[in-house]
Design a protein around this ligand. Structure first.
Ligand code: MG
Length: 176
């Protein structure tokens, strides 16, 4: 059985992950409107992952006898002036999420909720990948600068990202 303090903090994290899903879907729309379909696809795949993260916390709360209380979602941002700005935002957002995972781990330890630790350790490792991926793309976009052909090459490369079978975010119907 999970205590109220950790239960509330986990409900807040369901919201954080759903807001992540929401911002990456906005970024996908921004890229696809600008005919950067590869980056749009990359962001839709990212949106899928964030939804899966939210559901992992959801499942944990239910399995531990807690109560899931869904909160209002904020749309964090809807306009970007360049691909670089969007990926810089993604990188910063993932750093914020890493901080929230750290805070949850602190609460779980203070509450002696050892059953949450394997799940939180999984997220902690996941955040290393999330920060590295967004950070690397932002760095590469910085190098590309105003070179349109390099931007298009990168768009093609990011468009290789696959979806889990049956993902509703795979709007081209090309499951990986
Ligand atoms: Mg996440």
């Amino acid at each position: 059985m999970i205590g109220d303090r950790l239960n509330n903090a986990l409900n807040n994290q369901v919201k954080n992950e759903l807001e992540s899903y929401y911002i990456y879907l906005s970024m996908a729309a921004y890229f696809e409107s600008a005919s950067l379909d590869g980056m749009g696809r990359w962001m839709r795949s990212q949106a899928h992952e964030e939804m899966a993260h939210a559901m992992k916390f959801y499942r944990h709360i239910i399995d531990r006898g807690g109560k899931v209380v869904l909160q209002d979602l904020r749309q964090l941002k809807t306009e970007w002036s360049s691909p670089l700005e969007a990926f810089k935002d993604a990188y910063q957002h993932e750093q914020f999420i890493t901080g929230t995972i750290n805070d949850l781990t602190t609460i779980a330890r203070e509450e002696k909720d050892y059953q949450s630790e394997p799940m939180l350790a999984w997220f902690s490792e996941e955040q290393i990948e999330e920060e590295a991926a967004a950070g690397k793309i932002a760095d590469e976009l910085e190098m590309i600068g105003d070179d349109k052909s390099a931007l298009l090459m990168m768009d093609r490369e990011l468009g290789q990202r696959l979806f889990p079978a049956g993902s509703p975010f795979d709007t081209e119907g090309t499951e990986g």
